[in-house]
Ligand binder design. Structure first.
Ligand code: GLP
Length: 248
């Protein structure tokens, strides 16, 4: 069974996760080496990033030794677009901390289709050459996706181009001003990529996630709900608020 921690609300849970990330960063600083973080987008991690920004401003947490890899990006997607994960990360985290720009990696939604396989291979290689991800934080989609690994994703999948599930596109419709404007594809780290992280934290808040959380934690392990693969990991923790844990 996967370890599950339930917090009173998403704020206290997010602060807990941010403090775990800060602990890793500080430990690596003491060791004079880099912290390699796997980051996520969506509503779920916003308060985690806000707490990291607060720690930077008020408690002098430096990100100079931090290297980041984001899970995913829509495809195609211009970086400057309001809906890009580049914009999301800049607005919620990177613009407010002292991370060197060259340390930031986000799947490139602007490359030509023919360049995607080599881009994805490079992404994997870069993570590996840095010694792997120290921690990967995750949200969860209502299809059970982690990153954009939709139902049908293989447990050993790597970074690749995927087709988004209809439910995922409906859930994103609000951000894009209608489902028709949501890209049909994305580049995402694979289940296998995520699995290699030394620590994995999946976060979920609100009643909307309760059903998929029940499936992810208690359901049979299956590609139909990709998050169930996390049951096979020895270093995963689910961090939930009470509403997301309601069906457990
Ligand atoms: C998005 C992202 C996922 C995220 C999920 C949940 O589409 N690609 O990485 O975990 O869907 O989003 P939210 O946190 O907004 O509920």
């Amino acid at each position: 069974k996967v370890p599950v921690s339930v917090f009173e609300n998403s704020k206290t849970a997010s602060v807990h996760v941010a403090h775990r990330i800060a602990e890793i960063i500080r430990k690596k600083q003491a060791e004079k080496t880099f912290a390699v973080l796997g980051l996520a987008t969506g509503v779920t991690p916003i308060a985690v990033y806000a707490e990291l920004v607060r720690l930077h401003r008020e408690e002098r947490l430096s990100f100079k030794n931090v290297i980041t890899f984001n899970l995913d990006e829509y495809y195609p997607m211009q970086s400057s677009s309001a809906q890009s994960y580049v914009t999301f990360m800049n607005e919620n985290l990177f613009n407010h901390i002292d991370i060197p720009k060259g340390n930031i990696h986000i799947p490139n939604g602007t490359i030509a289709m023919s360049g995607i396989p080599s881009f994805c291979l490079e992404y994997e290689k870069k993570i590996e050459s840095l010694g792997g991800l120290d921690i990967q934080i995750l949200g969860i989609g209502r299809t059970g996706h982690i990153g954009f690994n939709e139902p049908g994703s293989a447990p050993n999948s790597g970074t690749r181009l995927v087709t988004l599930d209809d439910l995922t596109r409906r859930d994103a419709a609000h951000d894009f001003g209608g489902k028709a404007f949501v890209p049909t594809k994305a580049i995402t780290m694979g289940i296998g990529t995520i699995f290699k992280a030394r620590e994995i934290i999946l976060m979920a808040w609100s009643r909307k996630k309760a059903t998929v959380i029940k499936k992810a934690v208690e359901g049979d392990i299956s590609g139909e709900v990709p998050a169930t693969y996390l049951q096979l990991s020895n270093n995963v923790e689910f961090i939930l608020d009470e509403a997301a844990a309601a069906e457990l």
